[in-house]
Design a protein around this ligand. Structure first.
Ligand SMILES: [Fe+2]
Length: 211
């Protein structure tokens, strides 16, 4: 995984819209159901010991995270009664996906302080990817396993962008174990792009382009 520069004003406008919607307009905490609430258990689930446990399971770990502490933003998790919620999400999400030529939305989450996602590798959702992260103060991180070395990518205040490739178990490229934690409010929007590296590179150029 690597950071890229977020310079494209059109992309920044869409991301600001995401921030406004889910940090100001809507109270996701009040209206969106948490599936797996592992609150307070981040020390264990983002530890090297847990990572080794997952790695030792090999293909027995199918790829999805087992748990964490975060609120899903997508409308299918919304139990409030404002019909505009789905309209707003669809509009802003489509704008980003069409603008960048994205294939699918993998995850749209809001993490409260002490929020996290446990070590996993997405081997069941192999693809080139892009991950947008908003952090209230920058007090959080994303970790991934590069060979035998755990790399920590610190969050940055405001929006930042990471890109990479998640392999499946059936490729020469190794799978990428990763996890994240935050001590402040944090939002993650992650998308897949399929398997065309040139297409993915063009998206990166577009995001980094000031126009
Ligand atoms: Fe993931």
């Amino acid at each position: 995984m690597q950071f890229i520069e977020l310079k494209n004003p059109r992309v920044l406008d869409i991301l600001e819209r995401f921030r406004y919607l889910y940090r100001e307009k809507y109270d996701v905490v009040a209206t969106n159901r948490i599936k797996q609430n592992f609150v307070g258990k981040h020390d264990l689930y983002t530890s090297e010991e847990y990572l080794n446990r997952i790695r030792n399971r090999g293909r027995g770990h199918e790829g999805s995270p087992a748990g964490g502490y975060s609120y899903p933003i997508k409308p299918d998790h919304y139990i409030g009664n404002d019909p505009q919620y789905k309209v707003d999400f669809t509009e802003v999400n489509d704008k980003l996906m069409v603008g960048l030529g994205l294939q699918a939305s993998a995850l749209s989450q809001l993490y409260p302080p002490q929020g996290f996602i446990d070590w996993h590798n997405n081997a069941n959702a192999s693809s080139f990817n892009v991950i947008f992260t908003w952090s209230e103060t920058g007090d959080g991180w994303f970790k991934w396993l590069d060979g035998e070395k755990i790399v920590t990518m610190p969050d940055k205040k405001g929006w930042s962008c990471k890109v990479g490739y998640f392999a499946s178990y059936d490729e020469k490229t190794p799978v990428t174990y990763h996890c994240a934690y935050t001590d402040c409010w944090r939002m993650t929007l992650s998308y897949t792009l399929g398997f065309d590296q040139d297409y993915w590179s063009d998206m990166i150029d577009y995001i980094q382009c000031e126009e």
